[in-house]
Structure formats: structure tokens, C-alpha cells
Design a protein. Structure first.
Length: 155
């Protein structure tokens, strides 16, 4: 019984040493030239700062045709951007879905005069915010969703 208790206590101490006491890292210096002061907890970046737009070569296409789609957004300083494309109605096929540019291929077999395809793009920005004294840190998540409608005309 004492061996089991000693083993548990030793494991707990080893785990605590591995995890540490929170650690520390060098705090970034508060930026003066950025449009948005991402280090200031009291001055968060507005969600609209991403300014997301979807562009397509054309939005009315024929069956089997390929259309290029591109998302444009403002790259904020020291902010990690994630892009996710969603084929909402699941007609046709999207190419790679984690890039700024991709293609969508219209389905070949359309039984009606017209099909509307809905594609969403979700742009998420993640930035670390630090107070001016360096004691308060937070993560700010910005997200903006845009939709594009593609019309596939039957033959």
C-alpha cells in the first residue's frame, strides 16, 4: 500500500515538473504603427476589420463548367487567418477547401432548367492580445462569413 502511495506521489510530482508553473515568455512590445493595436486588451479589433469579399469570374454557368472562386480579406498584423469553404447545397464539387482560391465544378446531370448553388466562405482571424503592462493576455477571435450564389442553367 505504501509503495502504491509513493508511486502515485512520485507520478504527481513528475507531472507537475513537466507542466511547470505557467512558464513565461518574452512579451511583445506594444506596436505603434499598426492600424489596429492588437496588443492592447482595451482596444480590441472590430470584427468588420477582416473586410471579407468573395469574387467569381462569373456566377451563371453551364453544366460541367468550372468557375474560379477567390476570397479576399484584410490581413491584420500578427493575426493567424483560417479560411474554410462550405458547399452548402452540395451540388457540384469544390477543389481544395482551405485556400484563398479554389474552383467549383458544376454538375453535368441537371434535370431542371436552373439550379442554384450556395457556397459559403468562413474567414476566422485569431490574435493574441496583451495589456500594456503585459499582465493580462487574451485571445481574440474574429470571424466573418460570406455567401455566393452560383446559377447553373440546364440545357
Amino acid at each position: 500500500m505504501i509503495r502504491l502511495l509513493t508511486l502515485c506521489l512520485f507520478s504527481l510530482v513528475a507531472l507537475a515538473l513537466t507542466l511547470g508553473c505557467g512558464g513565461s515568455s518574452e512579451n511583445p512590445v506594444k506596436g505603434q504603427e499598426n492600424q489596429y493595436d492588437i496588443h492592447d486588451v482595451n482596444n480590441p479589433i472590430p470584427s468588420s476589420a477582416l473586410d471579407v469579399k468573395i469574387e467569381a469570374i462569373k456566377t451563371t454557368i453551364k453544366p460541367g463548367e468550372i468557375v474560379e472562386l477567390e476570397v479576399k480579406y484584410t490581413q491584420l498584423p500578427e493575426t493567424r487567418i483560417l479560411v474554410d469553404w462550405i458547399n452548402v447545397t452540395e451540388f457540384g464539387e469544390l477543389s481544395e477547401t482551405e485556400e484563398e482560391k479554389l474552383t467549383w465544378t458544376a454538375p453535368n446531370d441537371i434535370n431542371t432548367l436552373e439550379v442554384i448553388e450556395i457556397i459559403n466562405v468562413v474567414v476566422t482571424g485569431v490574435s493574441r492580445m496583451i495589456s500594456t503592462d503585459g499582465l493580462d493576455t487574451r485571445t481574440q477571435i474574429l470571424t466573418e462569413t460570406k455567401t455566393i450564389l452560383l446559377t447553373v442553367t440546364g440545357t
